[in-house]
Design a protein around this ligand. Structure first.
Ligand code: FES
Length: 257
């Protein structure tokens, strides 16, 4: 794993909804080896532990990395209060990321704050991507227009029915797969959504990659906080690190508990 620690100036800050922020930072080194689906461990002023934040997108040509995150506690609250011009201390890129092949027909399934990493992953697919997004309500919807701007067929589900399909994003997945097959499914979001996505993919014999979210400490495989139980090819079980071996796993490997 080739990562660097870098002090990255914030060059653009946007508030996407009441609790979700987008930060674009300038990067010279970390951006060089980056893949969609990886994450950064970001230092929060006054805290010892860094916070893992997924990479929403990056541009090697422009030397920029974009993070979109939700305020979930004190750490992300402090991060959200950073201003343009301040420097973000990041350790990146971490984790394995998505292997992408834009010639394939891909379906992306995102739930809530699991949506941002799918923006960068789906962009190269253009019209070959169907993007299914699930949110609590219309007010919680983020990035939908940006997915559309990349050429994707975007469909939305909300828990309260205030926008799009009233229900689960996995119901949109079943409907989309009934319409036409796809080569691969990429998913990021809450565990119940990932488990149902994995089951749908398995039922239909479609390759499925899931990005897991776990509590993290070091982010580099040294502290064992982020263990996840997986299946080995000979039918056994073993624990892997979400931070180092993931966060992206083949869904058939994951033991859902
Ligand atoms: Fe420390 Fe994964 S966060 S081993």
């Amino acid at each position: 794993m080739k990562y660097t620690q870098e002090l990255c100036p914030v060059i653009k800050k946007e508030q996407l909804n009441r609790t979700t922020f987008s930060f674009t930072v300038a990067s010279e080194t970390a951006v060089q080896n980056m893949k969609p689906g990886q994450f950064a461990n970001i230092l929060v002023e006054g805290k010892t532990l860094r916070r893992p934040i997924s990479i929403c997108g990056f541009s090697r040509e422009e030397g920029t990395i974009r993070f979109v995150f939700e305020i979930r506690g004190e750490g992300t609250q402090i991060l959200s209060e950073m201003s343009e011009g301040q420097r973000m201390d990041i350790l990146a890129p971490l984790g394995n990321g998505f292997d992408i092949d834009p010639a394939e027909k891909a379906v992306f399934v995102g739930g809530g704050i699991g949506v941002p990493p799918l923006l960068g992953a789906s962009a190269p697919y253009g019209e070959n991507a169907t993007v299914l997004l699930g949110f609590r309500s219309k007010e919680a919807v983020i990035l939908a227009d940006e997915f559309r701007g990349n050429g994707a067929d975007v469909r939305i589900a909300t828990d309260d029915g205030s926008l799009g399909h009233h229900g689960f994003v996995t119901q949109l997945l079943a409907a989309r797969l009934d319409e036409a097959p796809c080569d691969v499914i990429y998913a990021c979001g809450p565990k119940p959504m990932l488990r149902l996505t994995a089951a749908e993919a398995e039922k239909r014999g479609i390759r499925c990659m899931v990005s897991l979210e776990e509590r993290m400490g070091c982010g580099i495989g040294a502290c064992l906080v982020c263990a996840c139980k997986t299946r080995t090819s000979d039918g056994g079980e073993k624990y892997l690190h979400v931070c180092k071996n993931g966060p992206v796993f083949d869904s058939r490997e994951v033991i859902w508990e």
